[in-house]
Design a binder for this molecule. Structure first.
Ligand code: MBD
Ligand code: FE
Length: 353
């Protein structure tokens, strides 16, 4: 921690010096060595925290400041405080660094192997680098990750969990959707397209006991495959909401059958998909997070059995157990299907390592 008092000679013209000081200060903040910078109210002085390896390094840094000849600096060395909340212990730090080393090394080694085995050219490397930039600029990293990577994480993490099958979360969940009231119906436009359908079922624990007041956070695309909040078309909050089970663990909500979804064809994820000759489609699905106190939340999707692409989901997230079969209920044109969710008991977090 450094307290700096700036003493410029009163008659000095220092505008240029101050501009250079500001630029250098911002450069050091951006590279992470100048961690905090506070003005001392009412004085030409500041309190700063620097992240440096040694007193020598700190001196070098301070003397690189254009205003250095005019700065009166008082340095206080700061050490980690053991009572600080949320601070990993030395042992936890060591384990996290070991884990990072293991994962990063392993992933890079496999990338390097693929480059050698496939004799990747410099042109291909430059094209990939541009593609990384494009994915970032299009904001598609969540989409790319959830389409091409998340399914493996999900199956690996939850493959042997008790209770109903889960599947990937995907990039279009919005937290804090409104808690709806019975009779439950996902908010929709008056002229919402798609077959009206009623979804019913029970939420229980693994012993079959009903879970009263369990929460179903539901979201889905509209009939044209568009998710509210992410794509033009549906208004904010459309086809999103939270539904609760009754005392007997039963739930019931009304919605429309969503359409299949295609990843944007003109974006970098779509271009990669087309370049590889793969289908960009996901089958019609309804997303849910089913949760109840004392139980593992279940992130899952229900797939409509009449949809195309059930067997070549671009996101590889379909499981047979999650396919539902809507049928006419006899009430007008309404369709309906039922699905019972079984939640696993909460498992105590296992310490890392
Ligand atoms: C989706 O609608 C979706 O659910 C996932 C997982 C990825 C892309 C679009
Ligand atoms: Fe989806």
């Amino acid at each position: 921690m450094v307290q700096m008092e700036v003493r410029l000679p009163p008659e000095m013209e220092a505008d240029d010096l101050k501009a250079r000081e500001r630029a250098r200060s911002q450069e050091l903040q951006r590279d992470g060595s100048w961690v905090h910078l506070w003005r001392v109210a009412g004085r030409y002085a500041n309190v700063s925290v620097f992240d440096v390896g040694s007193p020598d390094e700190l001196h070098e840094l301070l003397s690189s400041l254009p205003l250095f000849p005019y700065i009166d600096a008082h340095v206080t060395a700061l050490a980690r405080h053991p009572s600080k909340l949320d601070q990993p212990t030395e042992e936890e730090r060591r384990l996290m660094s070991e884990r990072a080393n293991q994962l990063i090394s392993d992933i890079l080694r496999r990338v390097h192997e693929a480059i050698v085995e496939n004799e990747v050219t410099y042109e291909e490397y430059q094209a990939v680098k541009q593609w990384f930039i494009d994915v970032g600029e299009a904001g598609e990293w969540p989409l790319f990750g959830d389409v091409y990577i998340e399914h493996v994480v999900e199956k690996n993490a939850f493959g042997d969990r008790a209770g109903s099958q889960g599947t990937i979360l995907g990039p279009f969940h919005l937290p804090d959707a409104p808690v709806l009231e019975a009779p439950y119906e996902l908010p929709r436009r008056p002229d919402e397209q798609g077959d009206r359908t009623v979804v019913t079922g029970r939420v229980t624990d693994t012993d079959g006991n009903p879970l009263a007041g369990a929460n179903l956070d539901v979201w889905q695309a509209d009939a044209s495959g568009a998710y509210s909040g992410f794509m033009p078309g549906p208004p904010e909050g459309n086809l999103r909401g939270q539904v609760r089970t009754r005392d007997d663990g039963r739930y019931e909500f009304r919605t429309v059958i969503p359409g299949p979804y295609t990843i944007p064809l003109d974006g970098p994820t779509g271009r990669l998909t087309a370049a590889a000759g793969w289908s960009p489609w996901r089958p019609s699905h309804i997303h849910l997070i089913v949760s109840a106190e004392g139980h593992e939340p279940l992130v899952t999707q229900l797939f409509i059995d009449t949809s195309d692409y059930l067997h070549d989901d671009v996101a590889s997230a379909v499981k047979d157990e999650l396919i539902v079969h809507p049928e006419p209920t006899g009430k007008g044109d309404e369709l309906g299907f039922s699905y019972d969710f079984v939640l696993a008991p909460i498992h105590a977090p296992v310490p890392v390592g």
